[in-house]
Write a protein that binds this ligand. Sequence first.
Ligand code: KG4
Ligand code: ZN
Length: 331
Amino acid sequence: MRILGIETSCDETGVAVYDDKHGLLSHELYSQVKLHADYGGVVPELASRDHVRKLLPLITKALTDADTHHSELDGIAYTQGPGLVGALLVGSSVARSLAYAWGLPTVGVHHMEGHLLAPMLEDNVPAFPFVALLVSGGHSMLVKVAGIGEYEVLGESIDDAAGEAFDKTAKLLGLDYPGGPLLAKLADQGEGGHYQFPRPMTDRPGLDFSFSGLKTFAANTIRDADDSEQTRANIAYAFQEAVVDTLRIKCRRALKQTGLKRLVIAGGVSANRALRQQMQAMMDDLRGEVFYPKLEFCTDNGAMIAYAGMQRLKAGQTSDLSAKATPRWPL
Ligand code: KG4
Ligand code: ZN
């Protein structure tokens, strides 16, 4: 079976062709980062318009690179939500129109399920059940995954997502949008021991997160500090250390609570090197195993949507052609 996957939930246009026997045949990604940079964040209307411009040429390219004619496809998967409604509508309308014209079934995929299953695109695939930490710009959650579609949310952020906290703190440090990776780079120049950020909600039981306090703490720290490059790097270091440490503590708790020894980390923030190092050390200590997507599949992409769509298609779960977009959609 072969499927076309389309991702347009935010500011990346992603398209991929996935085959259940041969794996990923092609994937295309166009990032709108430059378009939104001057505004310090994603401008929804500009995002929708740019998806309109880029999507069809990317689909043509993905099919050509995969040496696939549309008659060889078994379905079209698209991100149905959550995300920006206008951006989602572009992917959903194009996916459903092509499916109608080509006589194919559609599969509306949950964006976070896409992230969750992205590590399955690698050679070393995690076996079910496992605990997944999903950390992106829009969501932070811990999920017990028993199988495809069998998700139990163990905890989630009660305010900002981890990626959002990275981006907002990066902005306070004068870095461009999206600041997460830039803050991580600045933190590489930093030194520990100068600033001590709190580890929110780790002193009480439970698996929920809260990251908005860290941003406020960063704002106060920056206000009271000198503006030398080394000081900024030290603050970035301390902030990142606090986020990573908080995520590590909560993951350890989730593994203990579920009795599981496999941990999957996915979503944009899973590209963070300090986070990967800490999680690896913890899982070595617990004699467990940690899995991540390849760096390019940590952030939004079409490959994860094609993969998740394939699993749904194989289970006979297709969507109605009248399904539009679901901007707010719990996992
Ligand atoms: O999953 P994603 O591409 O989009 C959403 O679904 O939100 O995640 C983007 C988020 C942004 O907040 C970005 O700053 C963050 O992931 N991010 C990082 C790193 N790379 C991306 N945060 C920290 N360190 C990184 N290396
Ligand atoms: Zn995402």
